[in-house]
Design a protein. Sequence first.
Length: 313
Amino acid sequence: MQATGTYKVTIRVAGYPTGGRSIHLEIDGVNVTGAISVPSSGGWQKWINISKTGVALTAGQHVLKISMDGNNYNLNYVQFSAENIQPPPPDTTTPTVSTSAPASGASVSGSSVIVAATASDNVGVVGVQFKLDGANLGSEDTSTPYSITWNTTSVTNGNHILTAIARDAAGNRGTSSPIMVSVNNAAPDTTPPVISAVSPSSIVSNSATISWMTDEVSDTQVEYGTTASYGSQTTLISALVTAHLQTISGLAPTTLYYYRVKSKDAARNLALSDAGTLPHWLFRCQLLPLTGNLTKIPGQRHLTLLATATPDN
């Protein structure tokens, strides 16, 4: 039975030729109807309904026994119809819940720490909400197994408290015992590489090669142009190195170029060779092959090539 209350029992029978017969029902070995008279229906297949009202039954599964007292009649079916149903008692039982991961006292780090819990209830758990230091940690998990992924880099290093709250359909809530974990993430790298030894070389009529060093591995790229705003850049070399070399091609002969080098480390911190007090670097593409030395003249913001030009033959 789905609910506690009183029920009407309807029994469909056919009997002939005489009455004097009865039937009764037993629930879990107890006679709940008493003898119900089975009159003559006028034929073996002429069905009539007989009934008993006010039969008290409780919710749940029961064993039904039908006792046919007498003979000369057929039984078709027995039907129970609710008359006065009592509302079920309110669910006041609190779910039980415990945190299963991470372990109490564990040291955790990174962006993918699994926080998990087990929960049970006399009727059923509908969701588990994890909490970090008393505040919600993610959304409520409404399906088993109850777990979330915790990005520990979003909180400060040190000790933190994890709990889980289980909820049932009636609104009862149970809270797990708190566990303490220690977050231990490495400090983020916010320092850009240090650029040094920037130098142009192999300057010819339409190209030049730029080299430089960095104090940590980083990528390689050069910005260049005919003004201090640059306007063009080479293709990024994403390999992380400390010794950098890149050739600029497609340049115009006898044209003065500004350039700066750029390097980003693995943490994407960017260093620029013209940052701070460093000057804009310059070079001029030569029309003729030259030999000589590159010299930085004090007080000037460019490199001067002291050389003798020799025409091509």
